[in-house]
Design a binder for this molecule. Structure first.
Ligand SMILES: CC(C)(COP(=O)(O)OP(=O)(O)OC[C@H]1O[C@@H](n2cnc3c(N)ncnc32)[C@H](O)[C@@H]1OP(=O)(O)O)[C@@H](O)C(=O)NCCC(=O)NCCS
Length: 423
């Protein structure tokens, strides 16, 4: 049986941050009703690879959901919303600041309508503080939460990371909050408001950077290969330094293509075996006994020479071969996998992390699988819904509306797109 069987979610979320959360909950068995503006989630039409067909941006973030389109700017649409609200366990949204309030539905109103409902909101910066009124997208949050300033190299520009820590990361945080609130609701009978600000989520994910921020008030950061000194204030961009207690870096492998790199962590315990394997191949048979590299402190001091030696060794092998060699020595390492590598990787396929699906409009396509594996309720991944595909089904099955009621609501504009605002 699915873990969240019986939990119904009124999912007003759009774009990425909210939908990643509700997709995970759907994969855990919740009945997720994607409540869309009749024009549809904007991502349906963004970055299309096939004309007139829901984009991969949409299909990859909205699996296992039902879609209902309701015009919240009509009185009848609002009534449908209220009826659904009373039959759901969770309502979630990630509109811009104040959108739901302007539609007449503050948390207080929602709570009054259904005291048991848990409400999840994602905002760029939360509902309080000087930034509360600002909209946010992924990279805005990465810029403001500390991620960009600590990614890249000291004299270069700050960089965003490819992992969508602002959007999908915030979705994860919200999922945790919603599940905790549901658990409390089950004990008390009362729902609560769960808010996650993207900026807060990024700061949470940058927690160890704030560890380093405070260490800098006492002295330099010896594990960094870039210069640091006491009192420098900002934690510098540390390139590919490990950021942990062990030395680590990415070194180039054969044949030298864009992703021909391997990340190696030179753990304290593995140096002897690593040096014995690497030394003879690079003309340094005594590497393992060389006092310059004998302890972690001396290796830290001579990091750049150590990485040069390991780099010379790496260039003699390709990344897969190196993964084998290093793992045989128990050296933690990771070849830099491109998306093409991952899409064809045996391990990834075996763990159902790259799954093929079918779609009535686009045909066969692929999605990244469910990363949380529950032994008693494994996820069954199903395609995303077409716009409004389940409007009638949900109105009948969840709300008990009959055909006549649906027809009269339709006539009154409950499911039609609101007129466009004058420019
Ligand atoms: C992502 C974001 C910047 C997009 O901004 P946007 O496209 O202007 O969309 P908004 O959420 O601000 O507004 C949605 C509009 O659609 C309307 N709308 C939403 N659902 C509707 C429905 N079912 N029927 C009628 N209208 C609807 C809202 O009323 C609002 O209209 P208004 O501007 O007249 O109030 C913004 O939603 C945001 O900051 N969200 C919070 C942070 C976040 O999640 N960002 C990451 C996204 S991955």
């Amino acid at each position: 049986m699915e873990a969240l069987k019986g939990i119904r979610i009124l999912d007003m979320s759009h774009v990425q941050a909210g939908p990643t959360c509700s997709q995970l909950l759907a994969w855990m068995g919740a009945d997720v009703i994607k409540f869309e503006n009749p024009a549809g989630d904007a991502t349906r039409g963004q970055l299309r690879d096939v004309p007139h067909v829901d984009s991969l941006y949409f299909t990859m973030l909205n699996c296992n959901k039902r879609s209902i389109t309701v015009n919240m700017k009509s009185a009848q649409g609002k009534q449908v919303f209220v009826d659904l609200l009373k039959r759901c366990d969770i309502i979630m949204e990630n509109f811009g600041p104040g959108v739901l309030d302007r539609l007449g539905f503050t948390w207080e109103t929602i709570h009054e309508l259904n005291p048991r409902i848990v409400m999840g909101s994602i905002k760029g910066f939360g509902s309080s503080g000087p930034y509360a009124d600002f909209k946010a997208y992924e990279n805005v949050a990465q810029a403001m939460g500390g991620s960009m300033s600590t990614t890249g190299v000291p004299n270069g520009r700050p960089f965003v990371t490819g992992a969508q820590i602002g959007d999908s990361g915030t979705g994860l945080h919200l999922a945790i909050g919603l599940l905790a609130a549901l658990h409390q609701r089950d004990r008390t009978g009362e729902g609560q408001y769960v808010e996650v600000a993207m900026m807060d989520g990024i700061m949470n994910l940058c927690r160890v950077k704030f560890r380093d921020h405070q260490r800098l008030t006492r002295g330099p950061l010896p594990e960094f290969s870039v210069p640091t000194h006491k009192g420098m204030g900002d934690v510098p961009r540390g390139g590919n330094d490990s950021g942990g207690g062990q030395l680590g870096n990415a070194i180039r492998c054969n044949p030298g293509g864009t992703n021909d790199f391997i990340y190696v962590v030179v753990q304290e315990a593995v140096w002897d075996a690593l040096a014995k394997r690497v030394g003879p191949e690079v003309g340094m048979p005594d590497l393992a006994t060389d006092p310059k590299f004998a302890t972690i402190d001396s290796r830290r001091r001579h990091q750049s020479s150590m990485w040069e030696i390991l780099g010379e060794f790496a260039l003699k092998h390709d990344k897969r071969e190196l993964m084998r060699i290093f793992n045989e020595l128990n050296v933690p390492c990771g070849p830099v996998m491109g998306t093409e590598d991952l899409a064809h990787d045996e391990h990834v396929r075996g763990r159902e992390m790259w799954v093929e699906l079918d779609h009535p409009q686009r045909g066969k396509w692929w999605n990244v699988g469910m990363p949380i594996k529950l032994s008693a309720s494994p996820a069954r991944i199903e395609r995303s819904p077409l716009l409004g595909e389940h409007t009638d089904e949900v109105l009948k099955q969840v709300l008990g509306y009959d055909d006549a009621k649906i027809a009269s609501l339709r006539q009154a504009g409950a499911f039609a797109a609101p007129p466009k605002k004058a420019a």
